[in-house]
Write a protein that binds this ligand. Structure first.
Ligand code: FMN
Length: 308
């Protein structure tokens, strides 16, 4: 059997397949469908300091090979998460990566990290500095659209925690490698990429956007080539591990990300179509490595052949 173990900072995973934030709830929603113990890690829906109801409906709409969403970070807030969600999550004995975001002030990342730092079941913290769907941010730049702001934020959080830190990047930039380098130099242990691509879809009869917030974030197979290209570009510039996501929906699509340089992958929108996608991919990767006589998933990372 091939070795599927990987590490990101201090975090050690038995396999490199996780579920992406916001597409797997707090995991209990999926416990009737899959054996959660098999997952490499669970990334929880982004939480904020205060509870959020999220944006007005309609908040999702199918697109060709994709999904447009503007959920707006609906979540119960950090206190309820710690009290009600974490005790359930820890029973699955899978590393828990808690995704956090600020609503108004980037200082909220520091406060959230401070609260989570004391909790041993929190294996790592993912800094969601790339959500396109927060009302307060409309019109303003996201932290992950600004290298200096990214550096400052990661550095501030790094100062107060020794837990593994993962920074989640937006694809809605001219050069994602600049932001990746800023996060790395500020002490991020890993990078998650990509968050959703800004998009819009219009109902021509009603002459209205199909989601209430007008624009939203595009995900699913439609964005995969963009995500693979970005992972490949970032892999050439940074040394820290990358978690690749964006349209991972089967073993073949997951393998594309490993070949582009990812250390791990996350399954997002595909969870809504087939909740078993992630566990099927774990088995599929094992089979592929066996068939190609590779002993370790890490062997794929630098094996891409590029002409010239
Ligand atoms: C309905 C929905 C909700 C999401 N919520 C979050 C979230 O709370 N935090 C976050 O970092 N990303 C969120 N994402 C982005 C995903 O984690 C992922 O980065 C993106 O969808 C690309 O992967 P995919 O194409 O496999 O879905 C959300 C995506 C969808 C479709």
């Amino acid at each position: 059997m091939a070795n599927l173990n990987i590490s990101i900072g201090k975090l050690k995973l038995k396999n490199p397949v996780m579920v992406a934030s916001g597409t797997f709830g707090y995991a209990e929603e999926f416990s009737d469908f899959i054996d959660l113990k098999k997952l490499g890690a669970i990334v929880t829906k982004t939480i904020t300091l205060r509870p959020r109801q999220g944006n007005a409906a309609p908040r999702t709409c199918e697109t060709p090979a994709g999904l447009l969403n503007s959920i707006g970070l609906e979540n119960p807030g950090v206190d309820k998460f710690i009290k009600d969600k974490l005790p359930v999550l820890k029973e699955y004995h899978v590393p828990i990566i808690v995704s956090i975001a600020s609503e108004r002030d980037p200082e909220e990342f520091v406060e959230l990290t401070h609260r989570l730092d004391r909790i041993k079941e929190v294996a790592a913290i993912e800094l969601n500095i790339s959500c396109p769907n927060i009302r307060e941010k409309k019109g303003k730049r996201l932290i992950s659209q600004d290298a200096l702001a990214t550096h400052g934020l990661v550095k501030a959080v790094r100062k107060i925690t020794n837990k593994t830190l993962i920074t989640k990047l937006t694809p809605n930039v001219t050069d994602i490698t600049e932001i990746a380098l800023a996060a790395e130099s500020a002490g991020s242990d890993g990078l998650a990429l990509i968050n959703t691509l800004a998009g819009m879809i219009i109902d021509i009869e009603k002459r209205r956007p199909k989601i209430a917030m007008a624009s939203g974030g595009l995900s699913g197979p439609a964005i995969r080539p963009v995500a693979v290209r970005m992972v490949w570009e970032v892999h050439q510039k940074v040394k820290i591990p990358l978690i690749g996501m964006g349209g991972v929906s089967d073993t073949r699509s997951a393998l594309e990300f490993f070949l582009a340089g990812a250390t791990a992958v996350a399954v997002g929108t595909a969870n809504f179509i087939n909740p078993k996608t992630s566990v099927e991919i774990i088995a599929g990767i094992g089979k592929y490595l066996c068939k190609t006589n590779l002993k370790d998933i890490k062997a794929l990372q630098n094996s891409l052949k590029i002409n010239g």
